[in-house]
Design a protein around this ligand. Structure first.
Ligand code: ZN
Ligand code: ZN
Length: 348
């Protein structure tokens, strides 16, 4: 089979590799589609080390072979893949919060070969945990790949009472900012503002006609001044940091009304993760601060329901498709701000 194989940092070769066979308890998927993610770029460049040479974790696939001892799964069934695999034994796994596994979770495309290949094996631990999540027969494979990143946004916002929110500000107009905004919309937030420092990026969101109320260029408009004017000085109900700029955590905190919610979706380089904050703001305003680290099954099911019900429409988000043998062109397109790409999907 063909696969995009990482040879060394920055070098990926699409080549023939032996097609994997499912062992006992395992399932073989034919990859229908696998989307490129910002994290993949960090892996491919060598910034984020992984244990495998085939990555890709936003996957839609069809079962083509099943190892011994796998009940309930049949060939021909279509699934999307839950990325995270917990130890199954720690207190967080016992609560089905595998994304917070106290032993450190393993993940498809990081510790097990991923979806930038014609076929991939779901290991027994993933099959046993229920990482194969069913999708309707008529859901398009490329839209299916959105369920993984969407589930992470569902997770990052799950403690925010969006149904009662007047106004949510999201920093970052990339796919993750957009998906956070779409979750806020689907859950009933009344006004949603996307802020980004790139005029090109904001133009793209406008062109795609995404259902947001304001697109604000935060390189030319001060976020705090804008929010004060937009909310009569009161502040917004929630702010989401979906751009890896740590200073935005402090900015987001200052945008909030009393009892507001701050979701720190983005991660920051380990070497540069300290920040000084006005903690009295958290204290006196009773601010709620939330983290976001991947997702567990509950969030996948919610994300799938948003997509399948049409509450979140994914069609406009997939801007580019590439065959597997054009993998390097896809990576280049994703990293080029002028390419007009939001989500790029590889179709093996
Ligand atoms: Zn991802
Ligand atoms: Zn665990």
């Amino acid at each position: 089979m063909k696969a995009a194989v990482i040879k060394k940092p920055g070098v990926v070769v699409v080549e023939d590799v032996p097609q994997p066979k499912p062992g006992s308890g395992e399932v073989l998927l034919k990859v229908e589609a696998c989307a490129l993610c910002g994290t993949d770029q960090r892996v491919l460049s060598g910034e984020k080390p992984v244990d495998v040479s085939i990555v890709g974790h936003e996957i839609t696939g069809t079962v083509t072979a099943i190892g011994a001892g796998v009940p309930k799964i049949r060939t021909g069934q279509r699934f999307i893949v839950q990325t995270v695999i917990g130890c199954g034994e720690c207190p967080m796994c016992a609560r089905h919060r595998e994304n917070l596994c106290e032993k450190g979770f393993r993940a498809m495309g990081y510790q097990f070969n991923g979806g930038f290949a014609e076929y991939m094996v779901m290991p027994k631990a993933a099959v046993d945990q229920g990482c194969l999540i069913t999708i309707p027969a008529d859901l398009s494979a490329e839209i299916g790949t959105l369920i993984e990143p969407l589930s992470c946004c569902v997770n990052g916002m799950k403690y925010i009472p969006l149904e009662d929110s007047e106004h949510v500000v999201i920093f970052g107009g990339g796919i993750i900012g957009v998906l956070n905004g779409l979750v806020a919309r689907a859950r009933g937030a009344k006004r949603i503002t996307i802020m980004d420092v790139s005029a090109t990026r904001l133009e793209l969101l406008k062109k795609l006609a995404l259902p947001f109320d304001d697109l604000v260029n935060s390189s030319t408009t001060d976020p705090l001044t804008w929010v004060k004017a937009a909310t009569g000085g009161r502040g917004v109900d929630a702010a989401v940091v979906a751009a890896s700029v740590k200073g935005l955590v402090a900015v987001g905190l200052n945008l909030l009304r009393r009892a507001g919610h701050l979701s720190v979706f983005a991660g920051f380089p380990k070497s540069d993760a300290l920040l000084s904050l006005d903690v009295n703001r958290i204290h006196y305003y009773e601010i709620n601060v939330h983290g976001a680290n991947s997702s567990s099954q509950e969030e996948y099911l919610q994300a799938r329901d948003f997509i399948v019900s049409g509450k979140i429409k994914g069609e406009a988000l997939v801007t580019h498709r590439f065959p597997l043998n054009k993998f390097n062109a896809a990576v280049k397109t994703q990293s080029d701000p002028a390419s007009g790409s939001l989500k790029i999907v590889i179709i093996p």
